[in-house]
Write a protein that binds this ligand. Structure first.
Ligand code: SAH
Length: 363
């Protein structure tokens, strides 16, 4: 896909963007993430009949095979000869169950890196919160992942693996996916889009049940629109004006609020899909009635929805979560101005739920 050359020297994002960082230590490409066609080509290249491609596909995506050894429909001799082939599954490093049933996983990747994934059950759903990078370069001031720095992009199979891992652990089909774990997915567009196509086409999760959350990277929302996906785009706004956004989100300097909102408007035009805006509520900072009025002004006539996220305290920052009364007040101010709004409470809070906290505590 055509993505803007963010890493060119004159780009304001040059110092933080590593779009092509390799998934270190993983060669050749693992089988997870490949389509039925690609797997069929692969088995044929190994001298096997093409129908084994379908079997391999089913065992990888439906049966949860972690190695070729487990695929008992394959001839024993071939399984042994293919012992070295990597399917691309992670291993479990740590697992914590919160009292509300939310399960947090730290998964170990082939090169030893650790990522965080969360399984969130509710009455009718099983939602997986996936990571798109190891760490994150955006350094948002309220975010635990941002405080820990950036290591590398995740490969396609490393994103898909997170969903399969949760599905297998719960013994229940995953219904929804949110790209709200570690990392900035629009700094890893190619692998994120490939993972979404695989999760949709091969794992069987509806695109409409997938949400991609971004803090915004210049040109990338437009590039995402060109992919013609049916996913929900969620944009982390968190401020009602540029000065405030800059205080919280360093990359806002190179990508001002107005420019971001213009690109979001373009996204709505190009895709016909509304945009969700995420807004963390920080007590005394961006939770005042004046902020609600200013936010409503920006979003007037905009096909959008606002998700308010009361701040989850992290050790590395001094922000406070607002009182229930001021949250309700902020909601009322927006509703008075006919802005569609929902308050989203994070799940599993007592177990280091906020973005990146579990990983930070286990290192
Ligand atoms: N990089 C992407 C996705 C990862 S973060 C993005 O910025 O959107 C997913 C969401 O969690 C974002 O809206 C992010 O701002 C929010 N978040 C991060 N730290 C948080 C905290 N301490 N409390 C509440 N929300 C937080």
């Amino acid at each position: 896909m055509a993505v803007s050359p963010l890493s060119s020297p004159d780009s304001p994002f040059a110092d933080i963007v590593v779009e092509h960082s390799p998934a270190a230590g993983i060669a050749p490409a693992p089988l997870l993430g490949k389509s039925l066609e690609e797997l069929t080509d692969w088995v044929q290249a190994q001298g096997q009949p093409s129908y084994r491609g379908k079997q391999l596909y089913q065992w990888i995506y439906q049966q949860g095979a972690r190695s070729l050894q487990e695929i008992t429909v394959f001839p024993k001799a071939w399984r042994q000869a293919m012992e070295h082939v990597d399917l691309g599954r992670s291993t479990l490093h740590h697992r914590v169950v919160a009292s509300d049933g939310t399960v947090k996983y730290l998964l170990r990747l082939a090169d030893g890196q650790i990522i965080e994934t969360v399984g969130i059950p509710s009455a009718k759903r099983l939602t997986v919160c996936v990571s798109s990078q190891v760490g994150c370069p955006m350094a948002c001031d309220f975010c635990a992942t941002g405080k820990g720095g950036f290591v590398r992009n995740l490969a396609t199979h490393e994103i898909v693996d997170q969903v399969l891992t949760v599905q297998e652990d719960f013994g229940q089909r995953v219904s929804n996916i949110v790209f709200m774990g570690m990392g900035e997915p629009l700094l890893n567009v190619a692998n994120t889009v490939a993972a979404i196509r695989c999760l949709n086409g091969d794992v069987g999760i509806g695109q409409r049940a997938i949400t991609l959350s971004t803090v915004g990277v210049p040109g990338r929302i437009r590039a995402l629109a060109a992919e013609q996906l049916q996913v929900t785009l969620a944009v982390s706004l968190h401020a009602s004006n540029q000065a405030q956004r800059l205080q919280l989100i360093p990359s806002a300097g190179a990508y001002p609020l107005e420019v971001l909102l213009d690109e979001c408007r373009e996204y709505v035009q190009l895709t016909g899909r509304r945009v969700t805006f995420e807004y963390i509520l920080l007590a005394g900072l961006n939770d005042q009635p004046a902020n609600a009025a200013e936010l409503a002004q920006h979003l007037r006539g905009f096909q959008s929805h606002v998700n308010l996220i009361p701040y989850n305290p992290i050790d590395e920052a001094d922000y406070q979560r607002p009182s229930e009364a001021s949250i309700r007040n902020f909601v009322a101010e927006l509703e008075d101005r006919r802005i569609a709004v929902t308050v989203r409470y994070s799940r599993g809070l007592e177990e280091n739920a906020a973005c990146g906290q579990l990983r930070a505590s286990q290192r």
